[in-house]
Design a protein around this ligand. Structure first.
Ligand code: 5AD
Ligand code: SF4
Length: 452
């Protein structure tokens, strides 16, 4: 057993960590937890690799592009590692889980490969490398992640992500997630409630519940609890202002849950529910388990009950077998639903998934064209929809200085619009009302109502 006292005495001179995260919100949360653990052990976070004693990449393997990026970052560290062999280089998360040992072969200067279920043992693994000087591979699939939030490293005390379930049992034919993140496991309502209470008593106002497949929350727990039950419980927490949840799967989304959303005052009027395609033929090949008709029915019902609801989606273009006709159906779905924003991806075959066996018959050129076309359509729709907010007053939770203009503040509406406006720093963390004057496809610009 390695005690943290040993760790501090032997390792105290190597306490600067550089940490970079790629990929989804779940990865960002894992990063938060890992950094929290490292900080508890006395690490200082640095933002330059040259100042670091430990360099960690928390990786994503959902598309080839994400992996290529990490390999190129790792490659760039070769000379640094030659000059400073004592610096520890580690690969964490999905790509670590998927590629395992092969990472050492391709990048011999890597010291640590730590999978999706091992990050809570990070300090101990780093110490092992320091003490023994040999690389460590930690990708045990049987490890059960302790998903209780043990430590809370958060860049912003007013907002927090809380994992309510991990893993995915869906096996959509293109997706690597079930292979690298494992089966679905839900946390109990009591556990989650306790964490949210702690966050709220420390000043948190907005909680986003996280799960790869959040609508199947509760599966495997006693008493047949659902996401609706969880939202209802959390909605009663005093001083919590806003509740969000991501990501919704249309197959597991229910009319009941939409009704519950509409009845709970803290649940924000926003859904991220990836459609992936507007063609039934493609949805079937993707093994998504719903039809476009069902998707449309869900959205119609949701907009009927929650008229100001905004919806975001993900789409994959160039999936094997996608014809021009299939693509036109995706265009039609986009035009009809009028999403607030969409993430559009070119299909990237992932070894080991069902779709990897399908013939890749959409040339890259066509994938690129379809990608551009959807981006163009979405940009126009986002701008048109944002224009509808001009002259209206919106409620904003102030998050901090705007990234594009540090002299202004930025925050989000309940519908997940980004709003930029003039105001003093002491408004950070407060709910304010802003009247919108100007918009782009991505941002609303306005003035505080009391400063008109
Ligand atoms: N190729 C392209 N996009 C993918 N996604 C998941 N797997 C792939 C893949 N193999 C997209 C889906 C998902 C988002 C997180 O990434 O749209 O919703
Ligand atoms: Fe991947 Fe489908 Fe699970 Fe989402 S629901 S993580 S796309 S397998």
């Amino acid at each position: 057993m390695i005690k943290s006292a040993d760790f501090i005495s032997k390792d105290s001179q190597y306490k600067n960590v550089f940490f970079e995260t790629f990929g989804c919100q779940m990865n960002k949360l894992d990063a938060e937890l890992s950094l929290g653990l490292l900080q508890e052990e006395g690490y200082k976070i640095v933002d330059k690799v040259d100042e670091a004693d430990v360099i960690l990449f928390n990786t994503c393997s959902v598309r080839q592009h994400a992996e290529d990026k990490v390999y190129s970052h790792l490659g760039a560290l070769k000379t640094l590692k030659k000059r400073h062999p004592e610096v520890i280089v580690g690969v964490l998360g999905c790509m670590a889980q998927k590629d395992g040992e092969a990472i050492f072969k391709r990048m011999p200067h890597v010291d640590l490969v730590c999978g999706t279920r091992m990050f809570s043992r990070l300090p101990e693994l780093i110490l092992k490398i320091r003490n023994h000087g040999s690389p460590v591979l930690a990708i045990d699939e049987k490890q059960v992640v302790n998903i209780k939030r043990a430590v809370t490293y958060r860049p912003n005390i007013y907002q927090a992500f809380v994992t309510v379930m991990r893993g995915c049992d869906n096996y959509c034919s293109y997706c690597i997630v079930p292979y690298v993140r494992g089966r679905e496991i839900s946390r109990t309502i009591a556990d989650i409630k306790e964490e949210v209470h702690t966050l709220v008593s420390n000043g948190c106002k907005e909680i986003t519940l996280l799960g790869q497949n959040i609508n199947s929350y509760g599966k495997g727990l006693d008493g047949g609890v659902t996401l609706g039950d969880l939202l209802t419980e959390l909605n009663s927490i005093e001083r919590l202002e806003r509740l969000r949840f991501v990501t919704s799967h249309p197959k597991d989304m229910t009319f009941d849950l939409i009704k519950t959303m509409s009845q709970l005052d803290k649940v924000c009027e926003h859904l991220h529910m990836p459609a992936q395609s507007g063609s039934d033929q493609i949805l079937k090949r993707m093994r998504r388990g719903y039809t476009v008709g069902y998707y449309r029915d869900l959205i119609s019902y949701a907009k009927e009950l929650i008229p100001c609801l905004t919806v975001a989606s993900d789409f994959i273009v160039g999936f094997p077998g996608e014809t021009d006709g299939d693509f036109q159906e995706t265009v039609r779905l986009m035009e009809d639903i009028r999403f607030q924003n969409c993430f559009i991806f070119k299909y990237s075959p992932r070894t080991g998934t069902k779709a990897a066996d399908l013939k890749e018959d959409v040339p890259d050129e066509i994938k690129r064209e379809r990608n551009m076309k959807l981006l163009e359509i979405q940009k126009r729709i986002s701008l048109e929809e944002n224009k509808k907010t001009i002259g209206k007053e919106v409620q904003v939770l102030v998050e901090g200085a705007s990234k594009s203009d540090p002299n202004r503040l930025s925050g989000r509406t309940r519908q997940n619009h980004i709003v930029v406006f003039n105001g003093l720093q002491d408004l950070v963390g407060k709910l304010v009302d802003v009247v919108i004057h100007e918009v782009t496809d991505l941002t609303l610009f306005g003035k505080l109502t009391n400063c008109l």
